[in-house]
Design a protein around this ligand. Structure first.
Ligand code: SAM
Length: 268
């Protein structure tokens, strides 16, 4: 038996992160978590052979899907020809302008069993549209969900936790074992719900500066804040910062990072 050949006969491609969902109870749980309504503005990233698309379409017939693999497009078109309001876009979600799907009064609901090799850059790309997004439901590597949801001081807390939590609430929902997919991935997976804030609770005066600061802090997470920040501000400015400089960055909350970033912005 060819373990990479999916039920639809398509040869799964590793480079596109293709692990197709085959477990009916997992698919039903995902649809229940999203709870689609007919008027929703849903965009699915990486529909593959339509495992999630199909049950979504029966509840919300006007759906946009973005799929990179050209070979899957005719398969999707044939499978869903009875749904004329389904819009199939061939392209790379990493360079897709998601604002094209937004309509006033109809914020985006983004869903996807994401290709794990691009999940972090894709999350950062989508954060750029958080003002247009109502919520996002993603299947990710469980470790990535742990990083998204981690609190200060925890092992998985890092740049991804801070930047995603800056923009949105993170709700880990449930785990999905490798056996729910074909081919089975080597790792555990999990479903997460991200709900962007209409306005971040602690707004940064300069988001690029916050991002740079958080990057610098987690590049060498064992360094103290003093040792990281001394390359970014003067000695006199360091003394003015309202933070205990002997701490490690991994102990700072999102609000702490924003406060630091805003103080540094005020220096410039
Ligand atoms: N949704 C299907 C399922 O659950 O069975 C497929 C999930 S599979 C893990 C990921 C899907 O994303 C594949 O169909 C793959 O071709 C597609 N994909 C990979 N990279 C992509 C990209 N950059 N943009 C859009 N789709 C992508």
């Amino acid at each position: 038996m060819n373990r990479n050949r999916s039920p639809g006969g398509h040869q799964a491609r590793k480079r596109f992160g293709q692990n197709f969902l085959v477990d009916a109870s997992t698919i039903a749980k995902i649809v229940a978590a999203v709870a689609p309504k007919p008027s929703d503005n849903i965009v699915e990233i990486g529909p593959g052979q339509g495992a999630i698309t199909e049950p979504m379409l029966s509840r919300c017939p006007s759906l946009n899907v973005v799929e990179l693999d050209r070979d899957l497009i005719p398969l999707l078109q044939a499978k869903f020809q009875q749904y004329p309001a389904l819009q199939i876009h061939q392209g790379d979600a990493l360079s897709t302008d998601f604002s094209r799907f937004y309509q006033t009064g109809r914020p985006l609901r983004i869903i996807g069993n994401l290709p794990y090799n691009i999940s972090t850059p894709l999350l950062f790309h989508l954060l750029g549209y958080s003002g247009m997004i109502k919520d996002m439901h993603f299947m990710l590597q469980k470790e990535v969900v742990d990083r998204l949801a981690a609190s200060p001081g925890e092992k998985h807390y890092g740049r991804l936790s801070v930047m995603v939590q800056y923009h949105s609430q993170v709700q880990p929902l449930f785990r999905v074992p490798p056996g729910a997919f074909r081919p089975a991935p080597k790792v555990e997976s999990a479903i997460v719900r991200l709900v962007p804030y209409p306005q971040p609770p602690c707004p940064a005066t300069n988001l690029a500066r916050l991002s740079k600061l958080v990057n610098a802090c987690f590049q060498q997470r064992r360094k103290t804040i003093r040792n990281t920040l001394k390359h970014l501000v003067t000695e006199a400015q360091l003394a003015e910062l309202e933070v205990d400089l002997s701490l490690r960055p991994e102990t700072l909350s999102v609000a702490d990072f924003v406060r630091l970033s805003n103080q540094m912005e005020a220096f410039s």
